[in-house]
Ligand binder design. Sequence first.
Ligand code: NAD
Ligand code: IPM
Ligand code: MN
Length: 360
Amino acid sequence: MTTHRIAVIPGDGIGKEVVPAGVSALQATADRFGLSLEFDEFDFASADYWQKHGTMLPSDWEQTLRQYDAIFFGAVGWPSVVPDHVSLWGSLLQFRRTFDQYVNLRPCRLMPGVTSPLAGREPGDIDFLVVRENTEGEYSSVGGRIFEGTPRETVLQETVMTRVGVDRVLRFAFEQAARRPKKHLTSATKSNGISISMPYWDERVAEMGSKFPDVRLDKFHIDALAAQFVLHPEWFDVVVASNLFGDILSDLGPACTGTLGIAPSANIDPSREAPSLFEPVHGSAPDIAGQGIANPIGQIWCGSMMLDHLGHPEAAAHLLGAIEAVLAHGPAGAPLTPDLHGTGTTAELGHAITECVRER
Ligand code: NAD
Ligand code: IPM
Ligand code: MN
């Protein structure tokens, strides 16, 4: 039996609360399917580590993490201790870039038993995949400040788009769309206002589209697209976006499906040269951290995506099925967390899903 070695990094805030629920559900799924998962937990990429060491990561973090088959990550960021741009550029954004995890896959689905804040939407009405470019674009370290402290103070931060970087994420998105029944890809642009990088993005989308004649392609400016996510979420199948636009859409999408707390993401290096990283879309949620009421489903769904990535689609589907089965009982029948209008705790909801994995 192959053993998959998983690096577990809880991080900050609710990351430390939802990761144990994710690990339990994964372990139960592994037991059920005769898989061997070995978990090693690390305390770096957290504010606690920063307070002890003055850095977010140990100097050998890359060698350490490269030995693993995947990284199961909670959330990082605790702005009362370390500024967000320092903690994030010192950890998560390093992981994504160093390991060339250029695809950030963020599924968005209205689950049975969950009420959408959008009137009249039923499970099945909203089911799309955001494919977010994850290593370049608006998230660049090219820029700086000059004339600091003077009236001429000037701040510049460049968007970087490379042909390789844009084409590889577009190809991935087209391939995803080509495999789905609707075969529909929507590109997020803003080529009316952002007059250099976004027309380039559109050109590359059109060029890649010519290689996928079976995929129906359309594009929306990001402002109009945000509105359509709310007005007509059923229009979308696969949505491909630059780093920043994809970030925003992947919080908006889950909000339309009831709560950010259930949304997973997979930071993938499709070449598999480096480990991929699985983390919920949400952050450390300082407003609810420490109360034990964070929704663990985003983290557990990440576990399902990780199993799929590791080559175990049946185990992945079983775990996702357990999430759906527990949600389908609704606030009356399952210990749902407050974001799902229940009174359950992280541990209770996590336990219900783990039990369901064992019993289904
Ligand atoms: P956030 O996602 O942490 O929280 C936004 C809102 O959603 C909050 O009201 C929070 O209570 C709620 N929420 C989030 N996850 C939830 C869950 N599982 N269950 C129930 N409610 C949940 O975003 P923020 O407040 O902008 O960021 C907080 C910190 O997290 C910052 O330091 C930020 O930089 C960081 N962050 C990290 C990641 C990551 O590690 N991938 C992602 C986003 C934000
Ligand atoms: C996410 C987060 C990160 C991002 C932050 C914390 C840097 O919002 O994973 O969506 O913007 O990528
Ligand atoms: Mn985000």
